[in-house]
Every structure is written in C-alpha cells, then in structure tokens.
Design a protein. Structure first.
Length: 87
C-alpha cells in the first residue's frame, strides 16, 4: 500500500506527544486512520461524523486528498535487467 504524505493535507496534523505523533484531524485527537478503519468495516461517512468530533467536510477533505495522492503517477526508475524483453 502507498504511503501518503499527510503533511500536504491541511485538514490534518501530527503533533509530537499527541497520540505518539500520529496524523490526526487538526485540533483533535481523532486519528485519520480511524476513518479508513471504520469505512473498511462498513461504516458510512455520516456515521463516522456522528460517532466522532469531526465534520463531514473534514472527512471528505481527507478522502479526497487520499484519492488524489493515490491517483498521482508513480515515478519509475530505470528498467530492470530482468524486464519482459529479456524473457
């Protein structure tokens, strides 16, 4: 799985000493990872907003950031000596 550069997302922050520096929604103790874990478990965005002290706009901003980041082209290095043309 790709690692996202959350420092580029204005909706989140990492503060040393707050949840061991985990990425959280700005001015909260709500870890960003909890959104993805709850979505994976079948929760809706509206349910997550109801359960935690975050706004729907914050959740959407994080989801859109993740989608844009994952859609970015992946830099590719030089071809390996074992590429398909050598088979």
């Amino acid at each position: 799985m790709a690692t996202l550069d959350w420092s580029q997302c204005p909706a989140v922050e990492s503060v040393p000493g707050r949840l061991s520096g985990a990425w959280v929604f700005r001015d909260t103790r709500m870890p960003v990872s909890a959104v993805f874990e709850n979505l994976e478990a079948g929760a809706t965005v509206d349910e997550i907003v109801d359960w935690f002290s975050i706004s729907k706009e914050q959740v959407i901003e994080v989801l859109e950031f993740a989608a844009r980041s994952l859609a970015a082209p992946i830099p590719v290095g030089p071809a390996s000596v074992h590429d398909a043309s050598s088979l």
